[in-house]
Design a protein around this ligand. Structure first.
Ligand code: SF4
Ligand code: SF4
Length: 437
């Protein structure tokens, strides 16, 4: 990066922001990065929110111009301007489709997060935000709260609250959505097997497994499938109920995210001098951790550590067998590429290759602009728009008569399963790690 002054989005609070974004063309300040947008519009048709609204403000080009005008001081964030900016940024799925379609690989999703940090905007309902933030600050309390919530749901308390209309109170609507998409209370055998896996500490581990929140608490069968795959070549140690920093990166504060990431880097470094691979089952976590160095640009010592750490992060596709083991390959399958920030590169290419090898002609190739489920709990933020986007994914699945849709994150599998059950029950969704059951 040049030493010349570049305008800042929020010059009074530099530590709330990334000093430089990691782009395929090297590190760039946010202003430089938005300035590279030449308004060509190649990204417009790839953006789900633009396709549904047909409004420039909800397109990648419009969003980039908004950030540029704010950074140049030509647009003051007051009154209507602020409302418009908040709408533009809170509707962005952070899906990275625009970056894939853009010749300059402009990271619009990262620009949106920077704007969110400037506005200090909190799109998640307050109670949900508090609950999820608790995972990093008080992991034991968090685990107890989630288990209690699932148990209360099992005994029907949520149904009663729904019938009484309590879930329509302001800030509680997300409970309906959570109740719709979350699986039933995990079965006893899975819970027991997972507890055993957590108690089994290998004396000399050869791999660290960082289960995602959904795999650990809602879908222990997914976490067990990942462990089963990892055990074929490794002795994995499970980092239970540990936050990667992604939640704070997207919904919270960058400083919290850095703190959590530092903790994870230190924890990784404490085992075998930080030489072990760190396995994750969520493509969102994978993409975030691989870009960990960009969070530490002003601190060279930490950036160096983060670079070392990022090299060791691996995704579960690395452990899937190249040869097909599953029977019953007559149904058509496809890959749901719903992810944060990116939709091309290693895990996506690997996943396509694996599915093509396993299912040959029955693998349905998707166009880059085919709809898929919004990632990382978007539906909790934007119920209506999220539902429209999910429905267009379901239509596209029905049009291609797909039988199984594989996702690269447990949460995407849960959301898609919910919509498929309601509108196209002939198809089902599952995480790719469960390819062989
Ligand atoms: S983000 Fe890229 S594709 Fe979209 S208008 Fe700007 S330069 Fe063109
Ligand atoms: S990240 Fe996704 S939703 Fe946001 S501007 Fe880009 S394509 Fe549109």
């Amino acid at each position: 990066m040049s030493d010349f002054y570049t305008p800042q989005l929020d010059p009074l609070h530099p530590t709330r922001h990334l000093a430089a974004l990691d782009t395929p063309f090297g590190p760039r300040a946010v202003y430089d990065s938005v300035s590279f947008c030449n308004r060509c519009g190649s990204c417009q048709q790839a953006c789900p929110t633009y396709l549904f609204t047909s409004q420039e403000t909800f397109s990648p080009r419009g969003r980039n111009q908004l950030v540029r005008l704010i950074t140049e001081g030509k647009l003051k964030l007051t009154g209507e301007n602020r409302t418009l900016a908040e709408q533009a940024l809170n509707t962005c799925l952070l899906c990275g489709r625009c970056t894939q379609a853009c010749a300059g690989k402009i990271p619009t999703a990262e620009h949106m997060l920077e704007l969110r940090r400037t506005l200090r905007s909190q799109p998640l309902p307050r109670l949900l935000f508090k609950l999820l933030s608790c995972r990093a600050s008080h992991p034991h309390t968090f685990a107890r709260l989630v288990r209690t919530g699932l148990w209360l749901r099992r005994i029907g308390l949520l149904r009663v609250a729904r019938t009484c209309g309590l879930t329509h109170l302001p800030g509680l609507n997300w409970l309906n959505h959570a109740d719709d998409i979350l699986p039933a209370y995990p079965v006893r055998s899975d819970r027991d097997a997972w507890r055993e896996a957590l108690a089994d500490h290998p004396t000399v581990p050869t791999l660290l497994y960082l289960p995602s929140l959904e795999a650990e608490f809602l879908m222990p069968s997914l976490a067990l499938s990942v462990l089963h795959l990892a055990r074929q070549k490794h002795r994995p140690f499970v980092l239970s109920n540990v936050s990667s920093g992604l939640f704070a990166y997207v919904y919270g504060d960058l400083r919290q995210s850095r703190r959590q990431l530092r903790r994870l880097i230190l924890r990784h470094g404490a085992v075998q001098n930080g030489t072990l691979p760190l396995l994750t089952d969520s493509v969102d976590v994978y993409l975030f951790l691989r870009r960990a160095p960009q969070l530490f640009a002003p601190w060279p010592r930490w950036q160096k550590k983060a670079r070392q750490f990022a090299k060791h992060v691996v995704f579960v596709t690395d452990f899937l067998p190249a040869k097909a083991l599953s029977a019953g390959k007559s149904a058509r399958v496809r890959l749901d590429s719903g992810a944060l920030f990116a939709r091309e590169g290693t895990p996506f290419d690997q996943a396509r290759k694996i599915l093509k090898t396993h299912f040959k002609k029955n693998f349905v190739e998707c166009l880059y602009k085919d709809a898929d489920v919004p990632a990382f709990g978007y539906n909790f933020v934007r119920g209506n728009l999220g539902e429209k986007i999910c429905m267009s994914a379901v239509r596209s699945i029905a049009r291609t008569q797909t039988g199984t849709v594989f996702t690269l994150s447990g949460l995407s599998a849960l959301e898609l399963s919910f919509y498929l059950k309601r509108f196209y029950p002939q198809a089902q969704a599952d995480h790719l790690a469960r390819l062989n059951g």
